[in-house]
Design a protein around this ligand. Structure first.
Ligand code: ATP
Ligand code: MG
Length: 380
């Protein structure tokens, strides 16, 4: 059929400048999870266009997949981009609600119950609206590890997803229609072990062939159908299986996390932290793992780098404005710190006569615990 020249062809995938900024911000913070980022950005654009259903939450996402791959990080990154604070969200750790009476912490107790005024409900309208701004009148609501929720919490969740309202113990209604709801679950995450592990227990002449990501992803979705009821799954707008991360992604995450540490040290202590390739290798090896993802990395950087630098400053070995170099010990069992005085560091960075080789740096070997067990680190 001939095209009528009066009709312009349009691109329904095109993002608004605002959605593009959000997407770019997410891509620069969350590594290797483009499908999840695309889903979130699209929903954000639909909400901005005013087409979201006004009688339900803006959208709900079920985030699935292995531990330490960026599920919580994605929501934190949204909070950073929308409200300049990664903690600007309401987060409910479902594992903390394994008994039905604990639900009172979320919705309060009916009047007349002992102490009903003492603990204001976490999901009060005031709390729900707390982080909203004029530019971003939206709340990020995160339910972590939903498979651990008890029946009372499930009922509450079903009501929220369906109608976007919640009734408190006092009978007051809380409006949750301006919420983006994220639910995380590790259901089916064991399927990802098949990507890394050879079959165990019998010898086979066949070489080990790992299944591909889409096969694993299908098995994870299949597992959710076995564990969660259809009435729950039907209320979820998008189910997203996070990718398992590999070496290339871990390297990018290390760069990001090191960048955050460098920024903190530079801002608070005016110290210029540099990292040798050997130190990077050490941190990657110790802080990442196909089974626990990049989860241990942040803790490792905090315990072995940030605290160490704080100690070096506290003990007067590093002064304001100094440069500190992070290197790996020769035996690969820990890190070595070397410092360069501020004047030398400045000259070196200007390309002056002072050499910036290791020889000009005074070595400081910190007595770090030899093999601190970092796996598994505490959960979010
Ligand atoms: N894709 C990623 N991009 C950037 N950083 C990541 C990514 N995945 C993990 N990290 C790092 O690992 C830490 C833990 O990740 P996160 O809390 O997002 O794990 P999770 O997927 O929510 O796991 P769990 O299922 O155990 O809750 C993050 O704080 C971040 O430092
Ligand atoms: Mg998490």
């Amino acid at each position: 059929m001939a095209r009528n020249p009066r009709w312009r062809e349009l691109d329904p995938q095109k993002l608004s400048p605002e959605a593009r900024r959000l997407k770019e911000g997410l891509v620069s913070r969350v590594v290797g999870q483009e499908p999840a980022i695309d889903a979130v950005t699209t929903i954000h654009q639909i909400w901005r266009s005013g087409l979201a259903d006004p009688n339900r939450p803006i959208a709900s996402f079920l985030l699935l997949g292995p531990t330490g791959t960026g599920k919580t990080r994605l929501v934190e990154a949204m909070a950073e981009l929308l409200f300049s604070d990664r903690r600007a969200m309401l987060k409910i750790d479902c594992a903390e609600f394994s008994h039905s009476h604990e639900i009172a912490r979320l919705i309060g107790s009916p009047p007349g119950y002992l102490g009903h005024r003492d603990t204001p409900p976490y999901l009060s309208q005031e709390n729900v609206d707390r982080h909203q701004t004029r530019e971003n009148p939206v709340t990020l609501l995160l339910f972590d590890e939903i498979e651990k929720a008890n029946d009372a919490l499930w009922m509450l969740l079903l009501g929220i997803l369906d109608k976007g309202t919640l009734t408190l113990g006092t009978n007051e209604q809380v409006d949750l229609t301006r919420c983006l709801i994220f639910l995380t679950s590790n259901v089916g995450a064991d399927q990802f072990d098949r990507l890394h592990d050879k079959p165990f227990g019998f010898r086979t002449a066949e070489p080990f062939v790992a299944p591909d990501m889409s096969t694993v992803s299908d098995s994870v979705l299949e597992a959710t159908r076995r564990v969660f009821s259809p009435e729950f799954l039907n209320r979820i707008d998008r189910r997203i299986v996070f990718n398992s991360l590999g070496e290339a992604q871990f390297k990018l995450i290390l760069d990001l996390e090191l960048g955050y540490v460098r920024q903190r040290v530079r801002k608070r202590l005016d110290v210029d932290l540099r990292c040798t390739p050997a130190a990077r290798r050490y941190l990657l090896e110790k802080g990442t793992n196909p089974r626990y993802g990049a989860r241990p990395l942040r803790g490792l950087l905090e315990s072995e780098v940030l605290f160490a630098v704080a100690n070096l400053i506290g003990s007067g070995q590093v002064l304001e404005g100094d440069a500190v170099q992070l290197d790996a010990r020769r035996d690969g069992e820990g890190l070595v710190f070397r410092a360069q005085r501020a004047s030398r560091a400045a000259a070196a960075s200007r390309g002056g006569a002072t050499s910036s080789t290791n020889a000009s740096l005074s070595p400081i070997v910190l007595p770090l615990p030899a093999s601190r067990e970092l796996l598994p680190a505490s959960r979010d």
